[in-house]
Design a protein around this ligand. Structure first.
Ligand SMILES: [Zn+2]
Length: 316
């Protein structure tokens, strides 16, 4: 039998083929590891987990049942009215804003926490995109303000259609002073409606880092009962905004989600891209006064959820 020398290259060709495959695979993997090449460009970068108590050193803060209606995480919608507490941290936007955006009237009010973070976001937005034409067109509304909006809509659209668009006074998130509508300022006064696209997409990509959420999104309208509103931002604070964005939860869903982490169970942990770590837990409000446990040795803040309890956010 004579040998077939032609076949001697076959094993070598196979090895080369496998090598080529491995190199291509590694190159592809490497491309995915390059920052910014990942498909997840939402920018939240938050990591979640669950843990038992991080401190053994707790004390309790006595809270009133009524206190569940106050705080950055309150849920206000058609089922949960705003309680208009006497104490509010409303401040004038006109007097406290920076030069990175505009405000439609001198009388517009928002909560101080909202404004502090909104100023920071608008400053970064305007230096990133080179524009300063965002205008705040609506902020805090009293019951009377909301009633006149409803009356105006009824005149324009008739009662049935109007009530599909306008919220009953007492149930609008604008009552909280933690929500604002924004637009685009033009010198002719004909501001186009804000859609959050083009250069403005920056805001939606980064708002969670400043504690803001886009409150009414199309894919959640069955839950929020409010149609897509790309102009309406709500302040909930960090790290909550990032968690909601990453887990794709609207505030109604997030309020329920946090109940999975009661004080006497596992707590939700979150670490953001700047390395800050948080621990979050829920305390149900039963009875007239509620003892809310808080760590002695760490910074924390308590918020009511406006439904049935409190949420404690601890910075570790
Ligand atoms: Zn609004």
């Amino acid at each position: 039998m004579t040998k077939h020398p032609k076949r001697a290259w076959l094993p070598l060709a196979l090895v080369l083929l496998i090598l080529a495959g491995v190199v291509t695979c590694m190159w592809t993997l490497n491309q995915n590891l390059v920052p910014g090449s990942s498909k997840n460009s939402s920018g939240t970068g938050i990591h979640l987990g669950a843990s038992t108590l991080s401190s053994e050193n707790y004390r309790t803060i006595p809270m009133d049942q009524d206190d569940i209606h106050q705080g950055l995480l309150i849920l206000v919608n058609n089922d949960h009215a705003y309680s208009f507490p006497q104490e509010s941290n409303l401040v004038s936007v006109y007097q406290n804003k920076n030069k990175s955006y505009q405000v439609s009237t001198t009388g517009l009010l928002l909560q101080k926490d909202f404004l502090t973070q909104f100023n920071a976001m608008m400053k970064d937005f305007s230096s990133a995109q080179g524009i300063k034409d965002i205008i705040v067109v609506s902020g805090y509304r009293s019951k009377e303000d909301q009633q006149s909006i409803v009356d105006q809509k009824i005149q324009q659209l008739g009662k049935e259609e109007a009530m599909r668009w306008a919220t009953v006074p007492g149930y609008s998130e604008h009552h909280t002073g933690l929500a604002a509508d924004i637009g685009i300022y033009t010198s002719d006064g004909k501001s186009p409606s804000y859609q959050g696209q083009g250069k403005y997409a920056w805001i939606n990509e980064h708002c969670a880092q400043y504690g803001f959420i886009l409150r009414y999104q199309d894919d959640k309208k069955d839950i929020t009962k409010i149609a897509d509103e790309p102009w309406h931002y709500r302040y909930v604070g960090t790290p909550h905004a990032s968690i909601m964005q990453q887990e794709n939860l609207c505030l109604e869903e997030y309020t329920d989600y946090l109940k999975r982490y009661p004080f006497d169970g596992k707590h939700l942990t979150a670490s953001d891209e700047s390395g800050k770590q948080y621990e979050i837990y829920y305390v149900g409000a039963k009875g007239k006064t509620v003892d809310v446990p808080v760590p002695n040795d760490k910074e924390y803040w308590i918020s009511g959820n406006n439904v049935d309890g409190f949420v404690v956010t601890v910075q570790l």
